[in-house]
Design a protein around this ligand. Structure first.
Ligand code: BGC
Length: 734
């Protein structure tokens, strides 16, 4: 039998700071100190004041040296300090309305990446987009969005990885490692906790510290340890009454004092209200033309000259920016326009998509489709044009731009139309299906009329409905329904043809009132540059699906901690999320505390539509012989995974804490992704994350003495082999 440790499985050799990396970090610090010591205050200010890199009507124009993108920070040529050329974002080098004259290779959405449960693959994706950023002249990516999906209706759910801190932190760290391997700084964001878009600039996320430490902050803590990001971006929202970018608790205490973070903190665009954010730990004001004032320019310089606190901080701020530059070798390896191997990069996007598509149901084994299927009706979802692309600052399109565009709410937001409109890339599922089934008759109906779609379905062996839920930054979803009458369309098609398959392209969960009327549901998320092909590979069995849900699918909004999204009835939807002077939207996250997502369902004893971690395969797996033991400082799970079916496939065994010293709960403590040939078995060893076993108490992590029961399960709420281990009391200081 094969044996494999999780470090090999996850390609995670860089998870601990290796001595050589620590030495390099020290060297970067020494260089930063030396350079900063030679600087004038004007030069220090150059590093703390960010500029916009695209013209914004009515605002200061970008500096002449800026490259079209998200932001620009001047360098100090006299001392060999490079300028920062900043581009969004986590899914690739962004489109910026075509301003650069070319696009970028679009990775699948963050949610799809989360569904891969495969850090090594996500690191590869990061390497690819980081290399593209470099070749397009950028040396800093605003990539690394790892906010937990506390609010599945958030318009940015598609950008993030998971509702679970271990999964989000692990994948976020992997993406950052990949990007930074190109001498390009990456940015973890949005710190913290930024769960919804409605009123994003004036909402206050209220949550007790212990709950925050065990959830959203834990994701950042893990990602920082594993990814060593050069920068962290603070969020728009207030956390416990203080704007996140001016929160000394978040920036000075948590990030610096507790986590010993060495890099710099930049603000989100338009998130700075005052110069004293510098004292709270903010190092760089981004896109300052958007803020009321360039606070970290002349106002900061004047204060630094008259007030020692500001003077000392200005030096420290500059040193932190310099550290990130030196630690990532930006000066020795300047970003320069180069060539991009678009075909090779699209292969990476394709591979990610293939691993993150989730097979939710598959009655009667209707999938994969075989050669006996001769008449196929493809319906809806602009499947003739391409696959759906998430909107906002993270929007990536290929060089040729969108294949189809549906305008979104142009009332007052025309200036942002290119970011917000619902666009499709050029990877059309219809063309891919025709290529995969050359002997079948494949007909397409756009789905605007259910009657027409049903007629086409009736005449086919199989009907495949493509259903979409568009998400964009700036706008939350009012509910989890499929918009635009798609539920009725699916019901009509399912009534016309018993062999109906639904392919979802959604940013996150949706309700499925028709679930039991269709044979199969495939969740394809926003599948990226070659999404049409990846979906088709799964439908026809070229790829055996191995994605698992990184987020719970509730049966309805009534099951959520907040059945109605806060602000839905009182805030006019608007992209920037700014309110009236003094307006505050209070959102209470103490309802669920650290028990968000599947933990909430476990706590409530509620059954979701699909649990976190769920995902089917065309083969079957058995899990056997779980043991959990202390191994020095480590807590390790060992078990066997066996492929009991007829096809090769990959499984995602998940180890959950089920009972902590007498307290029942569900917490993901470790996971692996294993590839197995038919009949093959593998012994797997997974280190468990102590902090998911511990509670945050009195300024540190405490594991209470007692018996801890773990379950090895195919999803967060399922049963499976159990193992109990007695643990002595343990205190882990941050
Ligand atoms: C977003 C950030 C993004 C920034 C720069 C903001 O609207 O919240 O995620 O990096 O814009 O484009």
């Amino acid at each position: 039998m094969k044996r494999i440790g999780v470090a090999a499985l996850l390609g995670a050799v860089a998870w601990v700071v290796l001595p050589s990396a620590a030495l390099a970090q020290d060297a970067a610090r020494a260089r930063a100190d030396a350079t900063e010591g030679q600087m004038t205050d004007d030069e220090r200010i150059a590093l703390t004041l960010g500029h916009t890199a695209s013209a914004i009507p009515g605002r200061a124009p970008p500096p002449a040296e800026a490259r079209p993108g998200a932001g620009f920070v001047s360098g100090v040529p006299r001392l060999g300090v490079p300028a920062l050329y900043e581009t969004d974002a986590s899914l690739g080098v962004t489109w910026i309305a075509g301003a650069r004259g070319n696009g970028g290779t679009q990775l699948p959405s963050g949610t799809l990446q989360g569904a891969t449960f495969d850090p090594a693959l996500i690191e590869r994706g990061g390497r690819m987009i980081g290399a593209e950023a470099r070749a397009k002249g950028y040396n800093l990516m605003l990539a690394g969005g790892i906010n937990l999906m506390r609010e599945p209706r958030s318009g940015r759910t598609f950008e993030y990885y998971s509702e679970d801190p271990l999964l989000a932190g692990t994948l976020g760290g992997a993406a950052v490692r990949g990007i930074q391997s190109n001498h390009v700084i990456s940015t973890l964001k949005h710190f913290a906790i930024n769960p919804q878009e409605t009123g994003r600039a004036f909402m206050n996320a209220a949550i007790a510290e212990d709950a925050l430490r065990e959830s959203d902050l834990l994701a950042f803590e893990i990602a920082i340890e594993q990814g060593d990001p050069g920068s962290v971006m603070c969020a728009y929202n207030a956390t416990n009454g203080v704007q996140s970018c001016g929160s000394s608790f978040l920036l000075n205490k948590v990030l610096r004092e507790d986590w010993d973070y060495q890099g710099f903190v930049m603000s989100d665009w338009g998130a700075v209200d005052a110069v004293d954010y510098a004292l709270a730990g903010l190092d760089q004001q981004s896109g300052s033309a958007i803020d009321p004032q360039p606070f970290f320019g002349a106002p900061l310089k004047a204060l630094a000259a008259s007030d020692m606190n500001y003077g000392n901080r200005l030096g420290e701020m500059a040193r932190r920016v310099l550290w990130a530059i030196y630690d990532n070798g930006l000066d020795a390896h300047p970003a320069a326009i180069g060539t991009v191997d678009a075909a090779a990069n699209a292969e990476v996007a394709l591979e990610v998509a293939r691993e993150g598509i989730v097979l939710l149901t598959n009655a009667d084994g209707i999938l994969p489709l075989g050669p006996q299927v001769k008449r196929i009706a493809v319906i809806g979802g602009h499947a003739d044009a391409g696959t759906l692309v998430g909107g906002g600052s993270s929007k990536v399109l290929g060089d040729d731009g969108p294949s189809a565009t549906v305008p979104l709410n142009h009332d007052g937001t025309a200036a942002f139309a290119a970011m917000l409109d619902q666009t499709y890339n050029r990877s059309a599922p219809l063309a891919a299906i025709r290529a995969a089934a050359p002997d079948a008759t494949v007909r397409f109906r756009d789905g605007r009329y259910a009657s027409e779609a049903a007629m086409a379905a009736r005449q086919a062996d199989v009907a495949i409905v493509f259903a979409t839920q568009y998400q964009t930054e700036g706008y939350d979803l009012p509910d989890l329904s499929l918009p635009g009458g798609q539920d009725a369309l699916i019901a009509a098609v399912a009534a016309a043809n018993p062999n109906t398959i639904v392919v979802l392209q959604t940013g996150g969960p949706v309700r499925m009132p028709w679930k039991d009327q269709v044979k199969a549901v495939v969740e394809a998320w926003y599948p990226g540059a070659r999404g049409g092909e990846a979906i088709t590979d799964v439908l026809f069995g070229k790829v055996n699906p191995s994605g698992r849900l990184p987020i719970t699918f509730p049966q309805s909004e009534a099951q959520l901690p907040r059945p109605v999204l806060d602000g839905l009835d009182s805030v006019e939807p608007n992209f920037v999320g700014v309110g009236a002077p003094g307006q505050v939207l209070e959102v209470n996250y103490d309802i669920e505390g650290s028990d968000l997502g599947y933990r909430w369902f476990a706590r409530e004893g509620a059954a979701p539509l699909f649990a976190f971690g769920h995902g089917l395969s065309y083969t079957s797996f058995a899990h056997e012989g779980l043991s959990v033991a202390r191994d020095g400082e480590r807590l390790v799970a060992r078990f066997t995974v066996r492929n009991t079916g007829q096809r090769a496939g990959a499984d995602v065994p998940q180890v959950y804490l089920a009972d902590a010293a007498g307290e029942p709960m569900r917490r993901l403590a470790g996971f692996a992704k294993v590839e197995l040939a038919p009949g093959e078995a593998m012994e797997v060893e997974v280190p468990l994350e102590w902090r998911t076993v511990a509670e945050w108490q009195d300024g540190g992590w405490t594991v209470a003495a007692g018996a801890y029961r773990f379950v090895l399960a195919p999803d967060a709420l399922a049963d499976g082999p159990v193992a109990t281990v007695d643990l002595p009391r343990r205190r882990i200081e941050p």
